[in-house]
Design a protein around this ligand. Structure first.
Ligand code: THU
Length: 127
């Protein structure tokens, strides 16, 4: 799978990040199991702890549009290469695992890197 297009959309949505406290812009794009794509960006708040990461907003967008599982999630930040998801987002990404392992895509100097979610979050909490 060529993830350049998914990363490009993550880059586009990073421009909408509401990051007035950290100036750290992040865009994420989910590829749902249906093949549709859902963007999200980080949304910060004056009450810092209410900030929501780009990854979780993209997943919420996918779920609100009827996706039950996800195939991949691309992350882009103009502030950092190889921007991997925070611990909370890793748990949320793993919640939407379908038949195949979710692939997490990050931007590198000359292309992209693919992580399996189980590599980023081994022994996830599950009920
Ligand atoms: N952030 C994300 O949106 N995703 C990440 O993977 C790491 C961190 C956001 C949260 C906050 O708005 C800013 O980046 C700095 O932590």
């Amino acid at each position: 799978m060529d993830y350049n297009g998914l990363l490009k959309q993550a880059q586009d949505v990073s421009k909408n990040a509401y990051a007035k406290y950290s100036d750290f812009l992040v865009g994420a794009c989910v590829l749902g199991s249906s093949g549709k794509i859902y963007p999200g960006c980080n949304v910060e708040n004056a009450s810092y702890g209410l900030t929501v990461c780009a990854e979780r907003n993209a997943i919420a967008n996918a779920v609100a549009n009827g996706e039950k599982s996800i195939l991949a999630l691309a992350i882009y930040s103009p502030n950092m290469k190889d921007c991997t998801p925070c611990g909370a987002c890793r748990q949320v990404i793993s919640e939407f695992q379908g038949e195949k392992e979710v692939e997490v895509i990050t931007q590198t100097q000359d292309g992209y890197k693919i992580y399996k979610i189980s590599e980023l979050l081994p022994n996830k909490f599950k009920l």
